[in-house]
Design a protein around this ligand. Structure first.
Ligand code: HEC
Length: 165
């Protein structure tokens, strides 16, 4: 063995040990990242609702101490309903199925959307405890007069009160 190759192997050995260590640390980091990436989406509220689609709607899906502050139908739709039914009201299908509310004949009988918003229905969480009668009426009236829906018989806070009983 020449002096040169001896020196060279002396230099290379500690280096390659470092490389092995670094590769190992890198692997652990990547594993941790992969686990984090796999876990995060399952924490997103929409997924949680989609997964609980089979449970009774009477189980509170969100903290019952919470109240929405928005008062107009448009603001309520944007901040509460859009997440699942989308900004064009056309819904979405993916991890769960969120029906289209656009041009929806089921909205013709005004008591039905009031009931769904107050009490929830399968994958749709109940919002009755988080909204006043006025807020439920506002968002239902907005929905029934937008997104290709043109039902002019507005619901009132009194109609909502009846559904709550
Ligand atoms: C967490 C997701 C989610 C949110 C938020 C949500 N919905 Fe829904 N909604 C659903 C799902 C899922 C259904 C289908 C329920 C079923 O299977 O009957 C639904 C159904 C409906 C229906 C019945 C549609 C039909 O054709 O029968 C109406 C009306 C409705 N939602 C209105 C609203 C309004 C108004 C809001 C906001 C105040 C809202 N939704 C917020 C998920 C959601």
């Amino acid at each position: 063995m020449t002096a040169w190759s001896k020196r060279k192997s002396n230099v290379i050995k500690p280096e390659s040990a470092d490389v092995v260590q670094m590769t190992h640390a890198n692997y652990k980091l990547r594993t941790a990242l992969a686990i984090a990436i796999a876990v995060v989406p399952s924490l997103s509220p929409c997924m949680a609702y989609a997964q609980s689609a089979g449970t009774p709607a009477s189980t509170p899906a969100l903290s019952t101490g919470f109240k929405f502050v928005e008062m107009s139908g448009e603001e309520l739709f944007v901040n509460v309903c859009r997440g699942c039914h989308m900004s064009d009201g056309k819904g979405a299908a993916g991890a769960g199925t969120y029906p289209s509310l656009a041009g929806n004949r089921n909205l013709e009988a005004s008591g039905y959307p009031v009931h769904v918003v107050v009490n929830g229905q399968r994958g749709m969480p109940p919002f009755g405890t988080m909204m006043s009668d006025d807020q439920v009426a506002a968002v239902v009236n907005y929905l029934r007069t937008h997104f290709d829906n043109n039902y002019q018989d507005a619901v009132t806070a009194e109609d909502v009160k009846i559904v709550r009983r």
